[in-house]
Structures are given as structure tokens and as C-alpha cells.
Design a protein around this ligand. Sequence first.
Ligand code: ADP
Ligand code: MG
Length: 530
Amino acid sequence: MYSNDSVIGTPFCNKSQNGNGTPNAFFAFGNPNPVLQMQGIVKEFAGTRALDEVDFDVRPGEVHALIGENGAGKSTLMNVLAGRFDDYTGLITFDGRQVRITSPRQARNMGIAVIYQELSVLPNFTVAENIMLGDEKAQRWTRKLDRASINAGARKIIEYLRFDLDPDEPVGQLSKARQCLVEIAGALRRNIRLLVFDEPTASLGSEDIDKLFGVIKDLRDRGLAMVYISHRLAELPIIADRVTVLRDGRMVGTKAITDCRISELTRMMLGHDLAEAFPQKTNRPGKVILKAEGLTRPGVFENISFELREGEILGIAGLVGSGRSEIVRAIFGADDARGTVEFRGRPIVGRSPSLCRALGIGMVPENRKREGNITGRTMAENLNISILDRLAGRLGFQSPRNLAAHATRMIKQMKIDPPRPQMDIQDLSGGNQQKVIVGRWLAAESKVIIFDEPTQGIDVGTKSQMYRLIIDLARRGRAIILISSELIEIAKLADRILVIRDGRLVREMQGRQTDEDALFAECGRKDKSE
Ligand code: ADP
Ligand code: MG
């Protein structure tokens, strides 16, 4: 059995507290020996190999990214670490000792914490209560929770981590990103040696991602070992030191992030060139339909001006946090901004999402769970929302038969599989949910459609269908704005590309003249003055 004695912990476990109460560093910084070493890990589910001889290690003061397509085995590998299985084979060495991890409690006691995408904070409890949950000292004497000592303990951690959190605030009222901070603080209160993030940014906005990255970098500087699971390649150079690629349960390779190109990582992840997934482009840009001028939101983006043509695919490229999503949200009227947006030569006065919808501007948002589909409704209901909107004023009534026929038509056109209109929207795969949202804007006959990360979290097959659909929309004269962290999608699909750096439009490029590596260099380049 693993013993805690040799572990040098965080400043908040008793052992590492030095005499005068000032926190020490996490532990021996600069120590080249891995905190964790996994060798030849095999895990099967009912005969199928989810992990096939995987090797993986993490050093102190390192963010080791673990990447791969959906189903590659990333979560399973981390679940082995978290003690979720007792039937894996292979060797695990942790802090220099060979261990078998067979229960979540054992993993916790060893100092392994996993932050899942679905956070495990308790919404009805305060920040302090969530952080200190399960702390014995706080309840030792009275058997009741001692509020003063809980708040004092939590405050100390929050201050040490420099998190912007109020100990008394109920967690349910916080944004997703701040709930994530609460969970991190709760993990770091314990005796932590290794922190794992399982796709933490999948449901965060770009400002929140920025904040989270700041926190991760800070923890790295303090010597903590971290694993960062993602399938967004473009964020890796910002956050990772090394990267390991998994494909179909096998390890493809481990590399220093400075040694690899995005195109190479994509190839390692997919096993082939993604270029094959892109259909031939046959659209031809026509006359200007949308014109943005001097769009500014202080501190977020500044003086953004561009034109968009009918039948054009305009890509917006930038690193996570550069302000891409915020710019399109401002165009769509979801956020306020100074400056003007003209639609067919006339300024849109008092921009709002409903006005934009009425004019024929649609948006497929980045966060489809929160902003896209109406949960608790069926696929058919979600597909019909926009025609109800459009026809309500004229007719006031749509026969159920017409609606059913319309839904069936859209399901066919969007190739939604299984084609079951009565299915609850929550039960659909990510790819199908995305198709329902796109289908809605098609039904609404939108002239301009903004796609923000349209292929995030969907499988390769559906991605390829989505590319086809976008090109087809443009070919039929719709104007498209496309944001994607998969820079190859921008390079392959866009006719013209706006490069955004730190909220500024720094370059315009022709789509055909660039590739993902060049685009990435452009997005991440520092100005000479900096
Ligand atoms: P990733 O996190 O890389 O998307 P996972 O580790 O979740 O992938 O899944 C790897 C493979 O293992 C998939 O084929 C998945 O269906 C399978 N798998 C994962 N967890 C279970 C489970 N509890 N029972 C059965 N199969 C599972
Ligand atoms: Mg996973």
C-alpha cells in the first residue's frame, strides 16, 4: 500500500507547513525525475482494447498534453491513474515507487487530482465550503463545520493562488471558469503531486480560457506536474511543454512542443493527412453583403473593419483568447461594441440577435450546449424553431403535418443519423446537435451565417460533412464567416483570412496561399516592438 510519508505536499497540507506559516514552493523544482511514469499500460473493456501498451510520464514543473481524437483512450488512461479500474496491467511508478492504483481514494491520498469537464463542485455551497470539503481539522472539535476556520482556510489558499474568488459566494452563481478555479483550489488544498485536466476548455469562452491558462502557467512555475487533455491543437503551443499523441488506444509518440508542427500533430492524431477530408472548393464570391467598420470593445478588440461578400467564406484566425469569438458576437449583436455594421449597404441600427435573425444573419455559436439548442425539446422542435419564427407573423399557425414534413426534410438534407425527429436533443451526439443548429439557419434562409468552432467535439466523419456543407452554402450564395482553432480548416476552406492578434486585425491573407503552419506562425507572432 502506498504511504504518504515521503510526499512533500502543497503549502496547505500540514507536513509542508514550515514553522512561520509561510507557504513553501510545491516541491523540488527543477527535479528531472518524473513524478509519474506509466509503462505498457493495457486496459480492456469487454474484450476491446481501450489502451494497448501505453507509456506516459510527467515531470515536475511540466504541462504534458495528452491529445487524440474522440475515443483514442485519453480519459481511460487518466481513469487508470485516478483509480477507477482494478483490472489494468502495466507498471506505474509514482514519486519513485512502484504502485498499483485500484481505488479513487488511494489515488487521492497519493496526491492525484483530476479536473473533469463536468465539474464536481456543489452549487448550493459557498466557495469556502467547496474548497474545504472533507477537511478534518475544520470539523474536528465540534463535529459541526466551523465556519470561521473554513473561511480562514479557504481564504489562505485563494490568496496563495491569487484567484479572484469570494469565499462567501455560493458556487452556483459563478461562471463555469470560476467554478473550475474553485475545483482547482479544492484539489490543491489536499496533498497534491499531479493535477490532470480533462478537456477543461471545451465549454469555456475565450476570456475564461485565458484566465485558466494563466493559472496553469502559474502552477507550473511553482513546480507542479500537470497533464492537459485536449483535442484543440492550436492551444497546445500556448500551454504545453511536451505532447503525447494517442490513436485507437496506442501511443503514437511523445515530443517536445517546440519540436513539432501543428500539421505533424494532426497527422499523428488521425493517422493520415486531414487534407483528404476537405472537398474541392467551388464557390465564387460576389458583391458585398456585410461591412463592419471600426468595431471596438475596449480591452477586447479594437478598430476591426472588413467586408464580406455573397458566396464568400471569410476565415477569422487567431490564437485562443485573441478576441475572435468576441468580434463575431458583437457583429451578431450578442455583445455591445462601438462601430457600425452594414447589411446590404445600410447600417444595422440597434444590433441585437433577434434583429440580426430577422435580417437574415445567423450564428452557430461556439458553445452549443449553452447557447445553441433548446434542451428538453425534440430534434424536430429544435429544427422548426426558425420557421415558426419566420412564419408566425404572416400565418400565425403552422399545421403539425407541415412541421413534421419540414423536420424530415431537414434531417435528410443534414444527413442526421439516426433520423428520429422525436429524439430528445440532449441524447444526440455532438455532431448531430451541431447539424440541428446549422439546419435551423438553413431553414431560416439566412444570407449570412457565422460559424464559431463548428467542428469542435465532433468526429472526423461528421467534420468532413460539415466542410462539404459550408462549401455548398457558399456555392449557393450564402456569405460565411468561419472561426476555428483547427487552423487547417481555415486554410483549406476560407477564400480570405483575417488574422487577429490581441484584439487587433493584423493581417489579411488569401486563403489559397497559406497552410496551417504558416497561419499558425502568423497568429502567434510577436510584434517587434514587444
Ligand atoms: P477519449 O477520452 O480519448 O475520447 P476514452 O478513453 O473515453 O477516449 O475511450 C476510449 C475507448 O474506450 C472508446 O472506444 C470508449 O468507447 C471505450 N470506453 C471508455 N470507457 C468505457 C467504459 N466504461 N466501458 C466500455 N467502454 C469504454
Ligand atoms: Mg475523453
